[in-house]
Design a protein around this ligand. Structure first.
Ligand code: ZN
Length: 183
């Protein structure tokens, strides 16, 4: 029996919600539940960028499950197949590496991403920038600015991004004008 597109997407959303349930909240002051973030990433792709590829939308919903909840890639693959897991792994950092090295590798590897992983990565960064402005983490403004610059370095090197998604990222990047001045 083949599952419908709607049930495939909702199944991924429910799986992500369950896996993120015990995990940390987002960084912002409002302690937003983590699941709000992958939902926002998938919603941006579907609603704002017009992406209809179910595999991409499932990967967007699940994109932080391996990196942030310790769910093994094999478990995700058993539920959603190797295409979805392949995208998730392409956009996941290796948490065994120091943070600076992970950031450096994101920039180095950006231009080698598959077209589908590039969609998820661009939407992820766009949502992260929006969240820094809408639910600010308790970071000094310099750190927020550095985050914006790093995101731009990554996204501007991603291959095959649709023009609409590039625009959405650049719109979010322009919010750095709202971060305030360094003290
Ligand atoms: Zn994310």
């Amino acid at each position: 029996m083949t599952r419908s597109i709607c049930s495939e997407i909702l199944r991924a959303a429910a799986y992500a919600a369950e896996k993120h349930r015990k995990g940390p909240h987002r960084k912002g002051e409002e302690a937003t539940p983590y699941i709000n973030h992958p939902l926002a990433v998938a919603n941006l792709l579907a609603t704002e960028a017009g992406i209809e590829d179910v595999t991409v939308l499932q990967a967007a919903l699940l994109h932080d499950v391996v990196e942030d909840t310790g769910t093994p890639a094999e478990a995700l693959e058993a539920e959603f197949g190797n295409e979805v897991v392949g995208i998730v792994l392409e956009v996941s950092d290796d948490k065994s590496l120091p943070a600076d090295e992970r950031k450096r590798l994101q920039v180095v590897n950006a231009s080698h991403k598959s077209a589908r992983a590039a969609l998820v990565k661009a939407a992820d960064k766009t949502c992260n920038l929006r969240e820094i402005v809408s639910a600010p983490p308790p970071w000094p403004v310099e750190r927020k600015r550095a985050y914006f610059e790093h995101a731009a370095q990554v996204v501007r090197q991603l291959p095959e991004l649709p023009a609409r998604l590039r625009e959405l990222f650049e719109d979010a990047y322009s919010l750095n004008a709202c971060l305030g001045d360094a003290r």
